[in-house]
Design a protein around this ligand. Sequence first.
Ligand SMILES: [Zn+2]
Ligand SMILES: [Zn+2]
Length: 418
Amino acid sequence: MSQSKNKEPSSIKGTRDILPPESRKWQKAERFLQRIFESYGYKEIRTPVFESTELFEKGTGETSDVVIKEMYTFADKGGRSLTLRPEYTPSIVRSIIENRLYLKPDLMRFYFIGPMFRYDKPQKGRYRQFHQADIEVFGEKDPEVDAEIVEMAYTLLKKLGVKNIKILINSVGCRKCRPEYHKKLKTEAEKQRARLCEDCRRKIDTNPLRIFDCKKDTCRNAALGFPKITDFLCAECQSHFEKFRSLLDFYGLKYSVDPQLVRGLDYYTKTTFEITSSKLGAQDAVLGGGRYDEMMKDFGGPDICGIGFAMGMERLLSVMPDIDEPEKFLYIVHIGEEAKKVSMKLAQYFRENGVECVLEYKDRKLKKQMSRADKLKAAWSLVVGEEEIEKNKYQLKDMRTGDQKEVTKEEALKRMIG
Ligand SMILES: [Zn+2]
Ligand SMILES: [Zn+2]
């Protein structure tokens, strides 16, 4: 090993550890999301962290910035080009095709929560390994689904205590109506070429729609004068969009139409949406998504439509209020060898019955152990000594109120979980 003996190990640039008590907030959010997603009929699919590079090039579109700049690509020992997933949708589409999930009678509603990877410039709040919660629906083309997804997203953010939630929606048309818009947009963008940044000038030729994603003020101002995609929708896209909007009204959800909301990835069709919380900067969405009706077919699969969203877990956690849940565990205090053994049995009993239980094996004086229970913020302490063992009764103390009572283990259990 070439690493010098005295050098401390350190994490890789752009990655970080999620430590307690922060990890508890993550667990809470993840469990909550799982419950909500499952209550809408979604099931989890776990795919590998890496896939062939080709899959993501195909999935995100070769003109997309994600592919050009940010993929975590490497060659394995067999010389294959692999990429750590920069987003989830291509993996799930691959999995559905490969496993023929579309031949089963089950709903094709899937979710996943886990790490994604982008070789981005590390900056505050942005990591090369970041986390997303992702949902995808396949084979349901009705605008009711679009509205239900937005309703679910809004509901879960609200239930997690996120404040000032704003919904932005748009329609980016389809392959029938977009070429006409593209042409018009290209002409207009060409007229503004001098005002655009170098990146956006390149986009005029490759994909002018993506100029709307540029964060530079000059480009944003120039884009304000560009034609609106919603003025170019074909009859089918128009009616889908109108129905979608009327259903959001039906759910009582307030939203704004943002014709510049085209989303960063090339595969969207019809509906796109973003949800922001004003606690974040103006351009930071907590989640974003849309429809991708052609994607499965483009991947060589059947002609099945899709829609979904990805939520940034780091962003969600940053707008979620901190959890103020007190610890709920029992700390067992034992005096002497015999008591230690009895405590081990008692801990087994309490744990089996659903009580979190902490037992430290180091021999310490009673007072010292009580102060450990206090320091660790135990909810309860239980004293086990010679006398207690003889009586089969123990001193149970509520560490918050200071109330103390002599009880059997059954009574102790009742008090703690009752
Ligand atoms: Zn259309
Ligand atoms: Zn620009």
